[in-house]
Design a protein around this ligand. Structure first.
Ligand SMILES: C[S@@+](CC[C@H](N)C(=O)[O-])C[C@H]1O[C@@H](n2cnc3c(N)ncnc32)[C@H](O)[C@@H]1O
Length: 203
């Protein structure tokens, strides 16, 4: 299908796997990728900005969720950044899940990252100290609002939700929603139209 969205559960485009190498925070990774997955040819600039900002925060989470892992870059970063933490990677797109599992394995981190097929939090029964995501904005505002609301319910006390958003994808309305739900929202970084937003569970 020509206009297929990257968040289709079962992409109908030809299953054609390939690899590329790219650095995150100065460390080289190999990535398996495929048609029908987000940012298939190289890491997304928003993803790179997000991991760069999070790497510079002084955090020591015990539990981390990468919501909408795609082929897995944020979960790989988190597993290396927080060696003692349990990392959960969720996704709805079967093909992205397949590539994420391979990427966790070839980068030697499969024992550190648990992969769960889950539509937002539908299959998640725990709370997290940190939820990081490059969210699926193309799935619509209703889903993004639900992501913020459900993230709040799945954060431990002082737990943080950190998201990347482009101004043109609706940064002002996302910031408004995060502020409504959490009672706080901070812009950690602005970079070429991309914003890194953080909200904390201070209830
Ligand atoms: C913007 S992409 C980011 C992918 C990856 N984290 C990265 O940084 O390259 C958002 C991802 O969320 C996934 N997604 C879409 N709807 C979802 C849902 N309801 N629950 C979980 N993941 C979803 C998409 O399939 C896509 O892989």
């Amino acid at each position: 299908m020509k206009n297929e969205q990257y968040f289709a559960a079962n992409p109908t485009s030809i299953d054609k796997e390939f690899t590329f190498n790219e650095k995150m925070i100065g460390k080289n990774y190999q990535f398996y990728s495929n048609n029908g997955v987000f940012s298939k040819n190289r890491l997304d600039f928003g993803t790179l900005t997000l991991v760069d900002v999070v790497a510079n925060l002084t955090l020591s989470p015990k539990t981390v969720l990468d919501l909408g892992t795609g082929y897995g870059p944020i979960a790989l970063f988190a597993a290396n950044q927080y060696p003692k933490a349990q990392i959960i990677a969720t996704e709805v797109n079967e093909r992205a899940l397949k590539e994420a599992r391979k990427n966790f394995e070839i980068n030697g981190l499969e024992s550190r990252i648990k992969v769960i097929k889950s539509d937002l939090f539908s299959n998640i029964n725990q709370s997290f100290d940190l939820i990081i995501s490059n969210p699926p904005f193309r799935a619509g505002k209703k889903l993004i609002n639900s992501l913020v609301e459900q993230s709040f319910k799945h954060l431990t006390m002082k737990g943080q939700l950190i998201l990347v958003v482009q101004r043109k994808q609706g940064e002002p309305s996302l910031k408004k929603k995060m502020t409504e739900v959490f009672g706080n929202c901070e812009i950690l970084k602005r970079n070429k139209g991309y914003y890194i937003l953080k909200a904390q569970n201070i209830e």
